[in-house]
Design a protein around this ligand. Sequence first.
Ligand code: TXA
Ligand code: MG
Length: 330
Amino acid sequence: MNRSVNDISAAVLILRAGGIVAFPTETVYGLGADATNADAVEKIFRAKGRPATNPLIVHVADQRVARRYAAEWPAVAAHLAERFWPGPLTLVVRKRKTIALNVTAGLGTVGLRAPDHPMALEMLREFDGPVAAPSANRSMRISPTTAEHVRSELGNSVDYILDGGPCSVGIESTVLDLTADVPMILRPGAITAEQIAAEIGPVSIFKGTTQADVAALSPGQQSVHYAPLSPAYYFSRDNLDAAVRFCESENSRFIALVSFGSNPAGLSGIRFSRTVEMPIMPEEYARSLYSVLRDLDLINPSAILIEIPPEEPRWVAVRDRLSRAARPLI
Ligand code: TXA
Ligand code: MG
């Protein structure tokens, strides 16, 4: 078998043989296995340390392949796939039996999407089947947006890594449940609720917390929060006082600051170990967020303080990820 870098045919042979392959998508890197092969899928859960109760997203080349694995493909699914695929939108529909049960954590539904990345699409076309792929990180950590992130975190437990450069979107896809009476967004992403509603009419938004959220947000469980590894806190610009108080109570020289655009004037007198000014456009912010957090982790700050972007529709997905990665400063 030719295992030189970026050999898509080699990756496909590994998938067919029941191995696991990390591959780029436009959102984040995925860790893929043949979704019809339960043993192969089991390797993903093991490599990630992921609880078996968390279903995996299944990647397909296009709508034609999606229909082969969906028990129902409602008109709204066809319309949305037509409009947004390939792209960062996962559609949850009823599944056929050929999708292994561990992929969907025993659920009768499956989340399907066609990723908008040339290397992923070529792999999926050549494989001509469904590839189950969660983000290629250890469970509860930050999703990888470069092949190097995957290598440093999962290198030894992956059979092959395709390197397609940095991801252009940078945060995980929007997940839309089409089996509910009113389509429901289970996870916000680059495709917004407004964009979806403009195509198919009203959508609802899931506001509950999953077990993963609870683990991430409850104080005192620092060992298992969603990445980064350093304790992370967020604050908004209209609550700078909280940030100032925090810096006074800790030694600010060991704190890293991630500001929204230029540093808030109210914090200008404070010395941080590192400051990062984030872009003020949602697309650019999302693209760099995870690598910024990974880079800050490497300098091992005592805390990462993040100024959260404003509460506006276009920031919903970024704010969602920040609220999982960090706890509010109050
Ligand atoms: O952007 C993405 O979606 C990336 C790349 C690799 O494509 N993948 C990704 O997969 O984020 P993963 O496995 O980390 O996301 C799984 C999440 C679950 O936590 C759940 O929220 C939702 O997708 N999901 C998957 N299948 C589902 C189902 N049958 N019913 C409800 N939610 C589902
Ligand atoms: Mg993930």
